[in-house]
Design a protein around this ligand. Structure first.
Ligand code: TPP
Ligand code: MG
Length: 312
């Protein structure tokens, strides 16, 4: 969770320094949902994200250097600098990719689950999406097919309460996205998205089910987006009380909540947590330096990676 948080805080600094070629969608506040879910999978399992997905490959184990260089559009980036913040993919950790088109990775994750089933590889596919995407047709078509074919997929909704400025109460026909699982004969559970262990437990059960051939599940983590929809974006109409949002850092910060638990249980001391923080900070700083040193891709690179190489 610290890796995700500090990586994203570094992107805020890069944005202000004018080094970031685009806006970034931050998952600050949502780290427990991101990390708790990924921890329930193996590195070899598949994962897809969305536009708010720096944390997903990080939690899946991706090296920070390649991710940071990708955000700066550099050749050393995990996609050669051609994808940027919203199109990270790192096959080495099962991260199949993300996209700025809301909902577009949902059928990709479903297809990956079908491939795993056909190959009997034992892999599962973890599919992240938001509350806004939960009302797109593509999720419903995917869940229907996954249920009929008992595909090993975990549909994981990070319900942060908003799709840009539209509240989930305004856009959802049901109080919980998880209720929609009933329409596709799969379990649907709501979990406290600020509690990393609760998310881990709920996702672990969904992963167990998927691996046992029992089919897909839907997990909904109720969480909070602490920053604006995209950092640097100004939404002309105020849609939430900034004082309330600011108070979330004191009341529902998943890192502070887990920190307090670990200290309370005597698992780690506050000093040990501070040095962990410093260790991660150095790792993130090193990734920024790596990204800065990496060159931009040459113009000819525009003509490569256009088609996949089909291997036997
Ligand atoms: C198909 C599509 N429709 C609309 C948009 C514009 N858009 C970008 S992010 C977003 C909101 C997505 O909300 P949600 O799924 O809840 O994810 P969150 O941003 O809250 O993480 C919208 C409408 C888009 N990029 N793609
Ligand atoms: Mg949302």
């Amino acid at each position: 969770m610290q890796r995700v948080r500090l990586f994203e805080e570094a992107t805020i600094a890069l944005f202000h320094a004018g080094e970031l070629p685009a806006m970034v969608h931050l998952s600050i506040g949502q780290e427990a949902a991101v990390v708790g879910a990924c921890l329930a999978t193996e590195t070899s399992d598949y994962m897809t994200g969305n536009h708010r997905s720096h944390g997903h490959p990080i939690a899946k184990g991706a090296n920070l250097d390649g991710l940071m260089a990708e955000l700066l559009g550099k050749a050393g980036g995990v996609c050669g600098g051609k994808g940027g913040s919203m199109h990270l993919a790192d096959f080495s950790v099962g991260s199949l990719g993300e996209s700025g088109i809301v909902g577009s990775a949902i059928p990709v994750a479903t297809g990956a689950a079908l491939a795993a089933q056909v190959r009997r590889s034992g892999q599962v596919s973890l599919c992240f999406f938001g509350d806004g995407a939960a009302s797109e047709g593509v999720l419903h078509e995917s869940m229907n097919m996954a249920s009929i074919w008992r595909l090993p997929v975990i549909y994981f909704c990070e319900n942060n309460g908003y799709a840009v400025s539209v509240t989930s109460a305004e856009s959802l026909s049901v109080p919980d996205v998880a209720m929609r699982a009933a329409g596709y004969s799969m379990p649907g559970v709501v979990v406290d998205g600020q509690d990393v262990l609760a998310v881990f437990r709920a996702t672990t059960e969904a992963v167990r089910r998927a691996r046992a051939g029992e089919g897909p599940s839907l997990v909904e983590a109720k969480t909070y987006r602490f920053h604006e929809h995209a950092y640097g974006l100004v939404v002309p109409q105020p849609y939430r009380d900034q004082q309330v949002v600011d108070s979330w850092f004191d009341t529902v910060d998943p890192i502070t909540l887990f920190h307090d638990k670990l200290v309370g249980w005597g698992v780690l001391t506050a000093d040990e947590l501070r040095s962990l923080h410093e260790e991660v900070k150095s790792e993130v700083d090193a990734s920024v330096e790596f990204a800065r040193r990496s060159p931009f891709p040459p113009p000819e690179a525009a003509y490569t990676d256009l088609y996949s190489e089909v291997t036997a």
